[in-house]
Ligand binder design. Structure first.
Ligand code: 5RP
Length: 223
């Protein structure tokens, strides 16, 4: 699996061109991309990057990738990230690594999105898959009850025995649903209409290309 992630990181880093503003995703696959990008920067590639998490920003800085602040950016040219699950319609579940709010903000501001995943993450439907929701700490118990009354299994993301706190100072409730998601936009909007829900880990309708890394070191692309 590590070999596939390294291959994916290398593949994505070859797509980056001089003078681009690059959005850096988060997670183990995105880390492979950041390291490959750093190798290209050391060979003379001129880019600036903005990261979706403290961990990614630290890794980029450690590897001499120049960081730019959001106030100095009019558009992100290309955003590269992993995902937890994807389907052929380029719908995705993200956020098992807890960075999905910042990831979605960067992805939404990007002209082009490259999602790098190993082929095991391509699935037919999201039935029974955990869907992460970032939830305001205030009233989190109410939000959890509302989700349960809607028929979803709802669990706080934990950090040992404590409730996990995100970089945005919120918590995460992972929900599980018993039906397939027929209309992801409707479902997403239904979740976002709950007052305490700040964002969901459902990504869709984005200018994305999914690169599937395979065991035989080749790639499939969903355009
Ligand atoms: C973090 C994410 C990650 O992209 C996702 O969890 C995939 O991570 P990994 O590459 O480690 O499997 O959404 O919020």
């Amino acid at each position: 699996m590590d070999r596939i992630k390294i291959n994916l990181g290398q593949y994505a880093s070859q797509l980056i061109k001089d003078n681009q503003i690059v959005g850096l995703g988060s997670g183990t696959t995105a880390n492979c991309f950041i390291k490959s990008l750093s190798a290209r920067v050391s060979q003379g590639l001129k880019i600036k990057a903005i990261a979706s998490s403290i961990e990614s920003e630290n890794l980029a800085k450690k590897n001499n990738i120049p960081i730019i602040e959001s106030k100095d950016i009019d558009q992100i040219d290309i955003y590269v990230d992993g995902a937890d699950f994807v389907n052929q319609k380029k719908e995705m579940i993200k956020g098992y690594g807890a960075a999905f709010v910042k990831e979605k903000i960067l992805a939404s501001f990007s002209k082009e999105i490259i999602i790098i995943v190993d082929e095991s993450k391509l699935i037919k439907n999201f039935l029974k898959k955990k869907i992460p929701l970032e939830v305001c700490l205030f009233g989190k118990e109410f939000t959890k009850k509302i989700l349960e009354r809607l028929g979803y299994t709802a669990n706080y993301r934990k950090d040992n025995n404590d409730i996990f706190i995100t970089e945005n100072n919120n918590c995460i409730i992972d929900i599980e649903i018993n039906q397939n998601i027929d209309d992801i936009n409707n479902f997403n909007l239904k979740l976002l209409s709950i007052a305490g829900v700040i964002q969901t880990g459902l990504f869709y309708n984005l200018p994305s290309k999914i690169i599937l890394g395979k065991m035989d070191n080749t790639f499939d692309i969903i355009k």
